[in-house]
Design a protein around this ligand. Structure first.
Ligand SMILES: [Fe+2]
Length: 452
């Protein structure tokens, strides 16, 4: 920890002028340079690049992916990436697990809930502090996901990381993180999210700690904005609220390590400089952040409760139309106005597997027990729904317009069953009594008509 302030980080001015350091838009074709004239004009790979830079393409999709999905970025860097790895040695990262990870001793079938994973005194970085809760699918076939809780109290100094296994969707709950990536710097606070693309190198500084949050590691096709259908061209997450950093680079010649996650295994390589040496870039494969407060929820305005897919922020397709590898869904402050309606989420069994996390406040279906930093899991075809007090309260409430205040939870929902890790089953603060929350639900039926 410590010397981050003495680093020289050269950063471009924002071309938009309004939000220093970021460019607005989702999946845009951006261009940015930290030194004037570093970006070639009119071509990608000139015979010689300005400043003696090397041109390199980073392909986030197959070359032949359809135009609307095709993502790549051209980087103009101090050294090509082949100089940012040497020989690899395998290292242990016992708490960061990948699918398939099916322990025959563990029971993933059940409704589970955890208190926040507690901070530790041991120094943990964003990488070494990753604690996998569930895995789904198969990292080797690029299907499925893993859900993690991260604990971070130490900055990565001359330590860099990238994952070949998928993009990371980061959902902070406590603390401030700064992601120094190859393509620029992202500051991330609670109520924001960030996406770090597959293959992108970065280090993570803990600006204010200890930091805790949630990560969805997406092994499959990238997150995209959902189609809105009849909702039209606006609301939900709007593209202009996504921010991609302007170019920033480190010209730093010091012994450094790069850790690489590849097919579920971790490898380390040693180099003599910072790999964050991209002086200019253009393209559409880039890290991005988003303020969840800009999410515009759409919902019921007369009766009944739409499916929670109405709250989808981002969706990662699976190849089967309409069935996501992952949906990222947000339950935030909103008005409840439906008439003659049971307003909380209804009782439910789902082919999709639902992992939820609480960012702050109180979730309407579970007034108690699901606390900020906590996690719950309702796996494939496992019933769930309001607990007894929530059911009784919502069944008897006077249905005036009510604003749900002080609430922000999310869901990572996947088509693949989620398997508990040994950490989630044995070390994390599992609530043994979660299933008892439905104990108080009464049989009201007695064969006679009328409301009970
Ligand atoms: Fe559900």
């Amino acid at each position: 920890m410590g010397n981050a302030m003495t680093r020289e980080i050269k950063r471009a001015e924002s071309p938009m002028g309004t939000t220093p350091g970021y460019m607005p838009g989702f999946g845009n074709d951006f261009e940015t340079e930290a030194l004037p004239g570093a970006l070639p004009s009119g071509q990608n790979s000139p015979q010689k690049c300005n400043y003696g830079l090397y041109a390199e393409q980073l392909s986030g999709t197959a070359f032949t992916a359809p135009r609307g999905q095709n993502e790549r970025t051209w980087c103009y860097r101090i050294r090509p990436s082949v100089k940012h790895t040497g020989r690899f040695e395998k290292i242990d990262m016992p708490y960061w697990q990948s699918a398939p990870n099916i322990d025959p001793e563990l029971i993933s079938l059940g409704q589970y809930r955890w208190d926040p994973v507690p901070h530790t005194d041991a120094p943990l970085t964003f990488v070494t502090g990753m604690r996998t809760m569930t895995t789904a699918g198969d990292v080797n076939t690029q299907t499925g996901m893993a859900a993690h809780v991260y604990l971070a109290n130490a900055s990565m100094e001359d330590e860099y990381f990238f994952s070949a296994d998928g993009e990371l969707l980061v959902v902070p709950q406590e603390g401030l993180l700064r992601f120094h990536t190859e393509l620029g710097t992202i500051d991330l606070a609670p109520k924001e999210i960030a996406i770090l693309p597959r293959g992108m190198v970065y280090r993570v500084e803990v600006v204010e700690g200890p930091a805790r949050g949630f990560v969805c590691e997406n092994y499959g096709q990238k997150f995209d904005l959902p189609n809105r259908g009849p909702i039209g061209a606006n609301c939900l997450a709007n593209p202009r609220d996504f921010l991609t950093p302007v170019a920033a680079f480190e010209d730093r010649e010091v012994p450094s390590t790069v850790t690489i996650k590849w097919c579920g295994q971790f490898h380390q390589t040693r180099i003599g400089h910072s790999p964050l040496d991209v002086v200019a870039w253009h393209g559409n494969y880039a890290p991005v952040k988003y303020d969840l407060n800009t999410y515009s929820p759409v919902g019921a305005i007369l009766f009944d409760h739409p499916d929670p897919s109405i709250f989808t922020v981002l969706t990662a397709p699976s190849g089967q139309e309409g069935t996501a590898n992952i949906d990222f869904v947000l339950f935030r402050e909103r008005w409840m106005v439906a008439e003659n309606t049971f307003r909380p989420p209804w009782y439910h069994k789902n082919v999709m597997s639902e992992l939820m996390g609480n960012i702050y406040g109180q979730y309407d279906a579970k007034p108690q027990g699901f606390v900020p930093g906590g996690v719950s899991l309702h796996n494939c075809m496992l019933p769930h729904g309001p607990d007894a007090p929530a059911f009784e309260g919502a069944s008897n409430a006077e249905l005036a317009p009510v604003k749900l205040e002080n609430t922000m939870s999310f869901m990572f929902e996947t088509r693949f069953p989620q398997h508990l890790t040994a950490f989630a089953a044995r070390e994390a603060p599992l609530q043994d009594d979660y299933i008892d929350c439905w104990d108080g639900i009464e049989k009201k039926f007695d064969g006679t008509p009328g409301e009970k």
